[in-house]
Design a protein around this ligand. Structure first.
Ligand SMILES: Nc1ncnc2c1ncn2[C@@H]1O[C@H](COP(=O)(O)OP(=O)(O)OP(=O)(O)O)[C@@H](O)[C@H]1O
Ligand SMILES: [Mg+2]
Length: 457
């Protein structure tokens, strides 16, 4: 067996920088030569003295009060050092404190901090790539389901829009896939390696729209962040900005938006220098902007600047031949997230659904299929599983609660009721959030918050 001698232990201890041990009275009971040399003293001069008589700047006395290992900075003639303090326990009783140095000079710390920022940069690059991959796979052109003439034409329009940098305006009823198309264009364009930043003009309170879009300098208004804030346009530099529901953009902001589109630079609030941005703009609307211009609710100059490429997404009722394929696609998606194994839909059910006018388009179809899957008794969805255009009440409530045993029943039912009410209200008003919020007597941003919390698209 290997014999460990006192000499070995002494040799090992000597190789640790700055070792000092004090007892509970603060007297030095051990110090290694390395540490004594650091203070140009002899070891024997130090032993038995109070630590503060030898090293007046020492933080060991306050360290005696702690029960866990701690780390302290100190400064010396070599710059900044870091010392590690280890409380010593014998038979459960604290008997003193051992201290040694992790580093005795600043250069080490600078190298460490450089290394750390390089590590963070790498990590950040890696995460950015992962996010782009995730976004890219969720919303590529291949995720646009359908083989109707209308969809094939739409795909051609997406491909040609992706080849340019021109502003695109996407029009279409609610739930037709405007956001999906915006992502598909971005992901096919040569900007796909940068971000697609989404702004929803109606989800932000009017007085915050400007700072959200263009950012602000530090201290420009009360409640502003100390260091100032980048706007969405700056965040989208080299990428794409998707301005959803542009028809809800406050009239007061529209001239500023026009200026960014024309000059390709943004002015942060409270700043007098402009920041150049290289951003491609895609906007979406579910209201006819031309009508709005005629009624004085949207600025004509901005409308003409936006209208370079227009992509119109047809409503579902104009391409009912895609219905079955869409239903099967939604079933596949929901089987995964709901943990079900529905395998198809009966032809009679598809036939009945073709007779409906689908005001909420694919999103409504999504809800209808989700509901049918929840109530289905066989692996093939039957006509009676579908309750089109109506939302179910609180029937079967005990069954519902007992199928989620780990959750608080009242919370669960309250959320479900709130979710149903919001979905039904949105359906009632053709997904017009302004009207839905008015009807529910809440502010529009709160409606968005609730939709997000309850997982309503
Ligand atoms: N052709 C399609 N193929 C597959 N899924 C689609 C298609 N069109 C829309 N969807 C799906 O339908 C849902 C609604 O689409 P999206 O959010 O893009 O609609 P929207 O036009 O932006 O609606 P709104 O005007 O209400 O914001 C999404 O889950 C989307 O993935
Ligand atoms: Mg949308």
């Amino acid at each position: 067996m290997y014999e460990l001698t006192e000499k070995d232990v002494e040799f090992y201890l000597e190789n640790i920088p700055g070792v000092v041990v004090i007892n509970m009275d603060g007297k030095v009971v051990y110090v290694n030569d390395q540490c004594a040399g650091y203070f140009s003293m002899e070891r024997q001069e130090i032993l038995g003295k109070h630590i503060l008589d030898v090293f007046p700047n020492s933080k060991m006395i306050s360290g005696l009060a702690k029960d866990d290992i701690s780390l302290e900075f100190y400064s010396s003639y070599l710059g900044i050092g870091i010392t590690i303090q280890v409380p010593l326990f014998r038979d459960g009783q604290k008997v003193g404190l051992l201290e040694y140095d992790a580093t005795q000079d600043s250069q080490f710390l600078y190298d460490l901090s450089d290394g750390y920022s390089r590590f963070l940069d790498e990590e950040l690059k890696h995460l950015k790539k992962e996010i782009l991959k995730l976004e890219g796979s969720k919303y590529s052109i291949n995720n646009i389901v359908g083989n109707s003439q209308a969809i094939l034409r739409l795909k051609e329009e997406i491909i040609s829009a992706a080849k340019t940098n021109s502003t695109v305006i996407i029009t279409g009823e609610t739930g037709t896939g405007k956001e999906l198309v915006a992502h598909a264009i971005h992901n096919l364009s040569n900007r796909r390696k940068s971000r697609l930043v989404k702004v929803n003009s109606s989800a932000i309170p009017e007085n915050l729209v400007e700072s959200e879009l263009f950012g602000y300098e530090k201290g420009s208004f009360t409640g502003a962040l100390k260091e100032g804030k980048q706007g969405r346009f700056e965040q989208a530099d080299k990428g794409t900005i998707f301005i959803d529901e542009i028809n809800q953009m406050p009239l007061s902001i529209q001239p500023k938006l026009l200026r960014v589109l024309q000059e390709k630079e943004v002015d942060r609030i409270g700043s007098n220098t402009s920041i150049p941005v290289d951003v491609r703009v895609i906007a979406a609307t579910n209201e006819d902007l031309k009508d709005m211009v005629r009624q004085g609710r949207f600025r004509g100059d901005l409308f003409y600047r936006l209208q370079v490429i227009e992509i119109r997404i047809p409503p579902l009722r104009e391409r009912l031949e895609d219905l079955e394929e869409l239903i099967l696609h939604i079933i596949d998606e929901l089987n995964v997230s709901l943990g079900l194994s529905i395998s198809g839909v009966a032809p009679e059910a598809v036939q009945t659904m073709k007779g409906y006018h689908w005001p909420g388009n694919i999103r409504e179809l999504h809800n209808v299929v989700e509901r049918a899957m929840n109530y289905a008794k066989s692996p093939i969805l039957q006509p009676e599983d579908f309750r089109i255009g109506e939302s179910r009440g609180a029937g079967g409530i005990m069954e519902f609660v007992s199928s989620h045993p780990s959750e608080n029943p009242i919370e669960l039912v309250r959320n479900k009721a709130e979710r149903l009410l919001i979905i039904s209200t949105l359906e009632k008003f053709g997904n017009n959030k302004t009207k839905a919020a008015e009807y529910l007597q809440i502010a529009r941003p709160l409606l968005y918050q609730k939709m997000k919390r309850l997982g309503i698209e």
